[in-house]
Design a protein. Sequence first.
Length: 233
Amino acid sequence: MDLAGTVAIVTGGTGGLGVAVVERLLGTGATVITQYVNEPAFARLHECCPTAIGVRVDLTDEAAAKAAYDAIAATHGGIDILVNSAGGFAGGEPVHQTPWSLWQSQLDINLKTAVISCAAAIPHMITRGGGAIVNVSSRTATQAGANLAAYAATKRAVLQLTESLAAELLPHDITVNAVLPSVIDTPANRAAMPNANHERWVKPSEIAEVIHFLVSPAARIISGAAIPVYGKA
């Protein structure tokens, strides 16, 4: 599953899962670019992944994202892989106690970033003659519980986006799949849930292995899939 010669964009590459994905794809020979808005976060990524390339851009800004992706394609010869791992969780209240502002912020970070990134990357993949997209959804997209409506709704929308893109891009040899994590074993999640059974949580590196497979030539016959990656969590 060598990715030498490919150009990969990983959104959210400074996050708990994103760092593992960047590290994994770099280890397979890909050129990896990640967008960021937080300088210290990218500095920490660069410490463990010194060959990762950073581009400072707000992925909720459609024009800025398009300009950034166009520049990436021009500099590196194209775009082959897009992993949409940018996102975040907020909520914890019943629907009738959740302000629309929280719904909007969840839509922006979990759905809008993925839609805008896909729109900016896909023309370059078509020009390249193919590619692979992996969207990070969530277990709650299909198994939502109480007090998770805003987050779950945006992650379910990511699944619909995945299915629609898979159908649209089939003629262009671009695969589109989604992974569905539960709670990921990151320092932030351990701090937020210190009394949880952390041994049951899946490590970011394990999810990164699945994403690596999905963007590799070995997975060219898989598109439109929603793959659970929550293990025993």
